[in-house]
Design a protein around this ligand. Structure first.
Ligand code: ATP
Ligand code: MG
Length: 179
């Protein structure tokens, strides 16, 4: 499985519709300070369901919507789409999977998988045990290793469970307990 492309519109500095295409292998985003490199990483975390504004370097969730420049009006919606090639790692019978999140300034938020409306929970479930997801280890930011080492043993254990592929079953068990 790999990330084939990211489409952004209205997310942070991406006022124009933007398409970033990746190929299998290593890609690097390069550019001057402030050009939007980290915003691309924020966009990926956001689509995967990040709810913590701090982790997105924003004060309020609304701050991730393009808020205008001297020459451009602010936008009222942010939308990011990830297109993933699926070789069976994701539990959906499609060779290509798109995940989209949309947020309106009114606060209304939507998620879509392959164009169909879903809930945040469905997006989370899709990525259990893949190492991808907001609390998994596919995004290693500055300071993340230190954070992992200094975190509570219970939280550290969650990373090993994700790598071992048992998160899905654990979550299901928890749901069953609640019912
Ligand atoms: P560095 O090399 O310093 O890490 P970077 O390429 O990672 O830089 P980012 O942090 O991705 O840069 O982008 C910062 C830019 O994004 C700033 O110019 C900031 O004004 C802009 N920005 C952030 N949120 C918004 C928003 N909601 N609307 C418009 N622009 C925004
Ligand atoms: Mg940066």
């Amino acid at each position: 499985m790999f990330l084939k492309s990211i489409d952004l519109f209205g997310f942070k500095s991406f006022a124009e519709k933007s398409h970033i295409q990746f190929t299998d292998g290593i890609s690097a985003l390069i550019g001057p300070n402030g050009c939007g490199k980290s915003n691309v990483v924020d966009a990926v975390k956001w689509v995967l369901g990040e709810q913590a504004t701090k982790s997105l370097r924003a004060e309020r969730m609304e701050d991730i919507i393009f808020n205008g420049t001297d020459t451009r009006k602010p936008l009222n919606v942010a939308e990011v789409t990830l297109t993933l090639e699926n070789d069976g790692v994701l539990p959906l019978d499609f060779p290509e999977i798109t995940i989209r999140r949309r947020l309106f300034r009114s606060g209304e938020s939507e998620y879509f998988v392959n164009g169909a409306p879903v809930k945040l929970r469905d997006v989370r479930e899709l990525f259990y045990d893949t190492g991808i997801g907001k609390t998994a280890y596919s995004i290693m930011e500055q300071g993340k290793i230190d954070q992992i080492l200094s975190t509570r043993p219970e939280d550290r254990r969650a990373l090993f469970e994700e790598a071992a592929g048992i998160t899905r079953y654990k979550m299901r068990g928890r749901e069953a307990d609640r019912k």
